[in-house]
Design a protein around this ligand. Structure first.
Ligand SMILES: [Zn+2]
Length: 177
């Protein structure tokens, strides 16, 4: 009898210790509670934010802010994965960042990369010049976001905005992340 209960205890411990990587979509702000629960129970969440972004960019910003605050409280980590996803980790898992493991520092690498930029939903800075492919010319945009974009050659800081004339999405790489 006692052996059996020990076995079942062991089993539940194994279940508790198992860390899942869960890819989930974010459709509603109300789903944030579920995501927090996942992180709280020790799982890594890869969150696709585009479903919510299609409805409200403002909601996405609020969601990211909320998740940033949450991971700061629980000691987890959060970072952007390209344009569509963010990754949120529990306290036992840290997200690797270039500056912590720079093997061969170049001139660009010596410029201290900013972790804050990894998830920065919106930085209202006035006057960034973009090239609009549709307007075929330079446009000046008042408000743009800075995101970290993973490329084959490493992470890049990228400014993103919408063309004020035609609404086309504008991208501009502004250096290594
Ligand atoms: Zn345009």
């Amino acid at each position: 009898m006692s052996e059996r209960s020990a076995e079942s205890m062991e089993k539940s411990e194994i279940i508790q210790r198992c860390i899942y990587v869960k890819a989930l979509p974010l459709r509603e702000l109300t789903e944030l509670a579920l995501i927090k629960d996942e992180v709280k129970s020790g799982n890594i969440v890869i969150l696709r934010i585009t479903p919510l972004a299609e409805k409200s960019v403002e909601d996405v910003k609020n969601a990211i802010n909320e998740l940033c605050t949450y991971v700061a409280v629980v000691g987890g980590d959060i970072a952007r994965l390209g344009e569509e996803r963010i990754v949120i980790t529990p306290s036992s898992v840290k997200i690797w960042r270039r500056e912590e493991n720079a093997v061969k520092p170049s001139v660009e690498d010596t410029v201290k990369p900013s972790i804050e930029n990894v998830v920065k939903p919106s930085i209202p800075v006035s006057g960034m010049e973009f090239y609009c492919v549709k307007c075929r010319g330079k446009v000046n945009v008042d408000k743009y976001d800075i995101v970290v974009y993973e490329t084959k050659h490493g992470a890049r800081n990228m400014a993103q905005a919408k063309c004020p004339k035609c609404g086309t999405k504008l991208n501009r790489v502004i250096g290594k992340a």
